[in-house]
Design a binder for this molecule. Sequence first.
Ligand code: FAD
Length: 496
Amino acid sequence: MAGGEPAGRGAISRRGALGGAVAGAAGIAATRVDPAGAKPPKGPGRKRSRDVVVVGAGLAGLAAARSIREAGRSVVVLEARDRVGGRTLNHPIGHREVVEIGGQWVGPGQTRVLEMIDDLGIETFDTYVEGKSVYYRNGSRSEYEGIIPPVAGPVLVEILTAINDMNAKAATVPVDAPWNAPEAEDWDGQTLKTYLDGLGLSAEARMVVELGITSVFAVEPRDVSMLFVLLYIAMAGADFNNLINTTGGAQERRIVGGSQLISLKLAKRLGNAVRLEQPVGLIRRTRTGVSVRTPSGTWPAKRAIVTVPPALMGGIDFKPPLPANRAQFDQRMPMGTVVKCMAFYDAPFWREAGLNGMTTSDQGPVRLTYDNSPPDGRPGVLLGFIEGQDARDLAGATDQERKAAVVECFARYFGSEAESRMTGYVEKSWAADPWSRGCYGGITPPGAITGYPGVIRRPFGRIHWAGTESATQWGGYMDGAIQSGQRAAAEVLAKL
Ligand SMILES: Cc1cc2nc3c(=O)[nH]c(=O)nc-3n(C[C@H](O)[C@H](O)[C@H](O)COP(=O)(O)OP(=O)(O)OC[C@H]3O[C@@H](n4cnc5c(N)ncnc54)[C@H](O)[C@@H]3O)c2cc1C
């Protein structure tokens, strides 16, 4: 399914109101809403004005809409795609099971997403970690227990020293005003690469640290501001391990029914307030509020919350135009590059060999793998990420070429059975998706945080900003998306 939406998901017409369309997108019977022949409203209808119009039905937009509705205010959510969930997307794999081809894990400290999950009656389960992990370096494969790959003592010391140094620096970065960090100018004046160069790490320590960081940002060390890296760590509790760990970290738990279920349930509660296939092309300031244009009409409201990532903001025309600094900041937050790939098996055969499905490798294109099987282990699912330059290098490859490269990696780490027993395969290139253009989130190159302080959350008249890129806790994650939506809703409600 490279580069597009999963096969079989396009069958339901989704223009207009939510109806059964959103649930159909996920293939989850429990959340299916049957429109029962009701004629879905196609457009705004008789210029009905709402208190708030929200652009984007990802977690940020839906969380914002929920808060606004709970405060007794009227809201409409306009979503460009034919589904809700944004960067979360379930993929049905039969027997009422799903895998996620977008965001999936939650972990300790992510209080907002965990509360939301609880509120919606959704359950979580532990990521599979029983057994040994695979380490692949310089063409040689080994197995190990625990979190850190089996490197020699001095290399381990180097890795831990680098992590401790980043953590100590991150602890000085204010999450809501990183430009005020004591050494903000210096850190925002260099890339992560420059910083790592300065540490003088051995080749192996450098590879492990870089791999950990690429797995978080999906860019190369040369691409990202050191201050942005430190901000990310600060937003995750000032401990880099919280970002990269499975147990005790951001990859600890998975969501029964898939992470898109959160959005599906939120959207179901919002009913007709969620409108699909409504790409917003114009947001105009009016005498009394805002007027938002989609192909099916104009949606007037007192205020707007825009949740699209900064990298996509250029696709929306603003009248009057965005202030210079906002427009320039949006030019400075590109998305990371990820292809999320999964191979299916009748059973997770690697478990029989005492393996937990996790790999750390210095050879791409897949350098990190996980066991992504459903809770009962049927079917077995191997998950691999192609990230950063590896993903860019394969962007022009055919689906078959990319799949062959991925399966070759799986076989390298888990033996020939990874190829011979494979029953299916799915992948999604998020950079190829016009409504995301990359993931996991936006990053900033040097100069953007200190050059445009505060711009990302500063309202423009009656237009407010949300989206995980604007979060101050767990930015880039589902938790950050929800936090940003709730924050923007509070901002708007205070003004209504
Ligand atoms: C492969 C992958 C793996 C990830 N892994 C994890 C993980 O394990 N854990 C985790 O917490 N996070 C993970 N993430 C990140 C997480 O999914 C995102 O941080 C989160 O979903 C972002 O939510 P959002 O609402 O801020 O943005 P989005 O989900 O991007 O929502 C924005 C919405 O706006 C819509 N839109 C865009 N332009 C317009 C327009 N002009 N008009 C109308 N609508 C528009 C989009 O279609 C989209 O629905 C992952 C993401 C990906 C893609």
